[in-house]
Design a protein around this ligand. Structure first.
Ligand code: DI6
Ligand code: FE
Length: 405
């Protein structure tokens, strides 16, 4: 067998079916951007490899995936942070035009180049922990031109670095102040103007999915339904922000329309879970946001487990509710605050995160045929990835078969 790269003498955490699936003395043969062979070193066929890396017992995991971020934005929300420390709530601040809207005003004034420049250090922080795929949402433009500038900034970030960026269109993130008294007209604008326009964008900027924030301070279930039905007509997969601050039924609505994921879910009702199960909708949990908001409610992890709903974990990196640019921290918080096991947390940032992006056919596990997105870690056990707080074990990243560091 010919290979471009052979990793040998490694311990492999395959994450097949969301379990560690540990191979104690393994090897991985990579051909081009893909995994050609995985297994016990002893069973390795004769390989003619252009390059070899001896792992000396290092642990290999799939490249990590942050499947929910808002890391492109302008402005500064620290005044709001200080107000919340004095007792103001996130909803109060949003209702008086602060919150998301304050970030929108700053983002609307920024060029795509400026937005990309502001996002670069945040993206670099994520990538410095073995993240190889990042989802990024629009939603701080809330006007067609400004939303498109955010998509252009994503394309610029993708050019700098081999990281894979999944673009999500979130014009339904908040009702912009100018539509405050006529929110349905903003929904008309999304349905009749924005979605038809973005559906025709060139492939390097066209969104990969459409999202909406279904919440008391944002869009009702009925408004969300109109946006999702229109998005589906243009062929976009769906994601939803739902049951973060209250239970409106957004997760069940989205799952009924075959959404890839329903995200947040602190207030998810047991009755909403069967429809997620039938649709294979992933539950994306965002522990850094609930930590930052000091939210007392927890997503119903036990019920999700019992129904075998795949659980993904993400940072929700954003300036208001989760200024967290560390996926390893999100994994730790998923264990400490939500009660996940370290194995579930790792599945949450690999296989299940890939499913939340509709890319599990290509990403998220170490199996022949999958893309060679891998991280070699200097750790003794896979649980170590969830164990530290503010410490990143030494590691090397391979993206699409190319050794990056
Ligand atoms: N839920 C969140 O936690 C963020 N967006 C969302 O829909 C908050 C975004 C922000 O406050 O800027
Ligand atoms: Fe979010």
């Amino acid at each position: 067998m010919k290979a471009d790269l052979l990793l040998h003498d490694v311990r492999i955490v395959t994450m097949v079916r969301g379990r560690y699936g540990l191979i104690q003395r393994g090897a991985i043969a990579i051909s081009g951007a893909h995994i050609a062979w995985v297994g016990e070193l002893a069973a390795l066929p004769n390989v003619d490899a252009r390059k070899r890396i001896a792992g000396r017992g290092q642990l290999v995991t799939p490249g990590l995936i942050d499947c929910h971020t808002h890391l492109i934005y302008a402005g500064n929300r620290t005044a709001e942070f200080e107000e919340r420390l004095q007792g103001a709530t996130y909803e109060e601040i949003a209702q008086r035009g602060g919150g998301i809207m304050s970030t929108v005003l700053a983002t609307r004034r920024a060029s795509p180049e400026a937005l990309a420049a502001m996002a670069r250090p945040r993206l670099r922080a994520l990538l410095s922990e073995g993240v190889t795929t990042v989802e990024i949402k629009t939603g701080y433009g809330l006007q067609l031109d400004a939303e498109v500038r955010m998509l252009e900034a994503m394309a610029m970030l993708a050019e700098d670095h081999p990281v894979e960026i999944f673009r999500t269109f979130l014009a339904a993130h908040a009702i912009p102040t100018e539509y405050r008294r006529r929110p349905d007209e903003y929904v008309d604008q999304i349905v009749h103007t924005m979605l038809p326009h973005i559906a025709e964008l060139p492939p390097e900027v066209r969104p990969d999915a459409v999202d909406a924030y279904c919440e008391g301070i944002a869009f009702s279930v009925e408004q969300t339904r109109r946006i999702f039905e229109a998005a589906r007509e243009h062929g976009f997969p769906l994601k939803v922000h739902a049951e973060q601050l209250s239970n409106l039924g957004g997760a069940a609505l989205a799952a009924g329309l075959n959404a890839l994921s329903a995200d947040h879910l602190e207030y998810l009702d047991a009755l909403d879970i069967p429809v997620m199960m039938r649709a294979g909708t992933v539950a994306v949990l965002l522990p850094c946001a609930l930590y930052y908001l000091r939210e007392g409610r927890r997503p119903p992890v036990d019920l999700l487990r019992r129904r075998a709903i795949p659980i993904a974990i993400a940072t929700d990196a954003n300036p208001g509710t989760s200024p967290c640019f560390s996926l390893l921290t999100a994994m730790n918080m998923a264990c400490i605050l939500l009660g996940l096991t370290p194995e579930e947390a790792l599945a949450g940032v690999t296989l299940h995160a890939a499913r939340a992006l509709g890319r599990a056919n290509r990403l998220g596990t170490i199996e022949p045929g999958k893309q060679a997105d891998l991280v070699l870690w200097d750790v003794e056990t896979p649980a170590e990835l969830s164990y530290y707080l503010g410490y990143t074990p030494k590691h090397r990243v391979i993206k699409r078969g190319v050794v990056l560091s």
